[in-house]
Design a protein around this ligand. Sequence first.
Ligand code: HEC
Ligand code: HEC
Length: 349
Amino acid sequence: MKTPEERVRQLPQLMRLLALLAVAVALWAVVVLVQLYGPPAPAPVVAADEAHEGPPPPGSYHRPATPAPDTATIPRTAAGREIRYGRELVARTAAYLGPQGRVGHYTNGMNCQNCHLQAGTQGFANNYLAVAATYPKLRARSGTVEGIEKRVADCMERSLNGRAVPASSREMRAIVAYIRWLGTGIPKGKKVYGTGFVKLPYLARAADPRIGQAVFATKCQSCHGPEGQGQALADGRGYQYPPLWGPASYNDGAGLFRVSSFARYVKAAMPFGASFDHPQLTDAQAWDVAAFVNSQPRPHLPTPHDWPDISKKPVDHPFGPYADNFPATQHKFGPFQPIEDAHPQLRPR
Ligand code: HEC
Ligand code: HEC
């Protein structure tokens, strides 16, 4: 038992302990307050470093893309032979329709499959699964109702920088037969999951060709070549690696010439081997490399009749006139959100 005197003697020690505790609490409070209200950490500098970021973690998409029907089910009939020929034309277009094509010279040395991966069946790599169910449809680019033939002809004239085979030709009928067969069992009007491109959030800044150049050097150049010229096949009938710019590439009237289309395509498809559920580029890398590639020289296609209603032009259509006062460079590289906000009717539904 402690006497009352002993307790009194211990008092200063207790006070010291309490004082120490109070100081500790005060210090902790200062640290917390500085974190909450102190000067913000400096914003990360947008530097070429962004170009060298590692791949994003996979698995943001858990749902498999709608599969194409099995080619083994193509019937062994005349109709089946036409479908198979259509598939062959999509996969090896240049061998039939390219500069040395055995049918004739209609298109450049590229194949439909260069952009519509795996003969137009790979999920979110620009596949054709929705085409049979959604065409004919009104397209704002032409302002007219387009059938599948017109849409294929468009890609021959723009993406393949050539001229279209006639609508009545064996080749056009075969390509359309193949595209229709891919839509087997898909109800009219339904856009199945996995068609077209992935959604890609806008960057808060403009896409930057200088950062994109560094992305190109580290992630694309090994296949597509230092001048983006690609790598031709030994027999000259097409490419091992298709060109990304220059005289043998898609022209400036093509869908890929829009920075958003290019970015959304490569996000889910490039470098070759990437897929929508295992992308290899960050969102920023996809936007910046799109800005770089689409700043390089390529064939020009005059398209004075495109977008007859200018208020329907996509936010990133790179050619005026525009229904707003945003500068042309912002329409090409962004930032796109302010443009979209000014045109609610353009917001994707
Ligand atoms: C350089 C790349 C490229 C090549 C080569 C290419 N296309 Fe395309 N194609 C695109 C892009 C990009 C789109 C989507 C464009 C858009 O809607 O803005 C598209 C869209 C289409 C569509 C409409 C798809 C839909 O769901 O609405 C069809 C059909 C099509 N292409 C067929 C073909 C055929 C057939 C060939 C070969 C003769 C071909 N394309 C070659 C890039 C290409
Ligand atoms: C490992 C080789 C390889 C790498 C690396 C690669 N690609 Fe490709 N790329 C290909 C091949 C092969 C095709 C054609 C696919 C086919 O025909 O099946 C292609 C097609 C394309 C196309 C459509 C056709 C065209 O030429 O316009 C674009 C666009 C493209 N690549 C962009 C890129 C970008 C951007 C990068 C870097 C981020 C990249 N690629 C990295 C091999 C590669």
